[in-house]
Ligand binder design. Structure first.
Ligand SMILES: NC(=O)c1ccc[n+]([C@@H]2O[C@H](COP(=O)([O-])OP(=O)(O)OC[C@H]3O[C@@H](n4cnc5c(N)ncnc54)[C@H](OP(=O)(O)O)[C@@H]3O)[C@@H](O)[C@H]2O)c1
Length: 289
């Protein structure tokens, strides 16, 4: 099976390249300079030339706050780019694996009571910010393309490559004794290594449709930070604050837990979030040493 990874220079893209190499898979890794997915001709040329069995689309516009003022750019990558890739895959017969986000859901705190086990794959989307809307448009384009697809929603992505919450907390812990972190947004992290592994399991089981991949357990960002400091042994104090005390340009979901049960029913066991974090901390130490 030949894989083609787009957005190979990003957090998840780099993890996928690492995973594919470790497995000894045949995989082409294309960064944004090797393939700009917003260029339809380029997309068609590359897919025809490479003739992959599976395209793993890790390319995305992910600047959540900036998207509020760069709507066109966000939609160009997250909606048009996905459409071009999906259509090219449909024509060539390749399967497309595309990543989306918890941000496609409404994210209201009241949903925590309605869906205590998290949003399931079939719940209607109603994103609260431009980034979420652009990702929802990508989902719609993918599903309407006629390509064989796996649409994988992930949340709070953290891995050894690129920047993410865990790395930011570790940096802050090296600079100060107390860190303020929001304590009124509830969700669960997806660990990049785990996402690559579980995506591959879904591919190898020849599954299609929508799946959520995140960890077991609901937490707030403050809980997450505390566990990071505990794991690292920094002794850093977490000051629990509200979202109002940390205003952002784009509205963040108060609740964005993704339900993992569909994946579990497919025989793929979700990771408990603390275990995922321990694994990531080990990977980060290896990168450091
Ligand atoms: N990060 C999270 O917390 C999170 C949460 C939920 C879901 N997700 C989803 O998970 C996926 C991976 O996210 P990530 O954190 O790995 O993102 P990332 O680190 O921002 O990587 C995205 C990659 O896409 C590339 N890219 C941007 N525009 C492109 C274009 N027009 N053509 C080709 N490549 C392009 C970027 O390249 P340049 O840097 O060169 O522009 C970058 O390497 C995305 O679909 C994202 O929406 C992420």
């Amino acid at each position: 099976m030949k894989y083609l990874i787009t957005g190979a220079g990003g957090q998840l893209g780099r993890e996928w390249v690492h995973y594919a190499r470790a497995k000894g898979y045949t995989a082409s890794a294309l960064t944004s300079s090797d393939l700009d997915i917003t260029n339809e001709n380029w997309v068609n040329k590359v897919i025809n030339h490479e003739a992959p069995d599976v395209v793993i689309n890790c390319a995305a516009y992910t600047k959540v706050d900036q998207a509020e003022s760069e709507r066109e750019k966000a939609f160009s990558v997250n909606a048009d780019g996905v459409k071009y890739l999906a259509e090219a895959c449909e024509k060539s017969g390749a399967k497309i694996v595309h990543y989306s986000t918890d941000y496609v859901f409404a994210g209201n705190l009241s949903d925590r009571e309605i869906y205590p086990h998290g949003y399931t794959e079939d719940i209607e989307c109603n994103p609260a910010n431009v980034y979420g809307k652009s990702k929802q448009s990508g989902e719609i384009a993918l599903m309407g393309s006629g390509a064989e697809f796996l649409l994988i929603r992930i949340s709070w992505l953290c891995g050894r490559f690129g920047s993410n919450f865990v790395k930011t907390m570790l940096r802050l812990a090296s600079e100060r004794e107390e860190v303020s972190v929001v304590n009124d947004q509830f969700g669960s992290p997806s660990f990049a290594g785990d996402v690559a592994e579980k995506t591959d399991a879904l591919i190898r089981k020849n599954l299609r449709g929508i799946y959520h991949i995140s960890s077991i357990g609901e937490l707030t960002w403050a809980d997450f930070a505390e566990q990071v400091f505990l794991e690292k042994g920094t002794g850093t104090i977490v000051k629990r604050i509200s979202s109002d005390e940390y205003p952002t340009k784009a509205k963040r979901p108060a609740y964005s837990l993704l339900c993992n049960k569909k994946m579990e029913k497919a025989g793929i066991k979700p990771l408990v979030w603390n275990d995922g974090l321990s694994k990531l901390m080990k990977q980060l130490n290896e990168v450091e040493n």
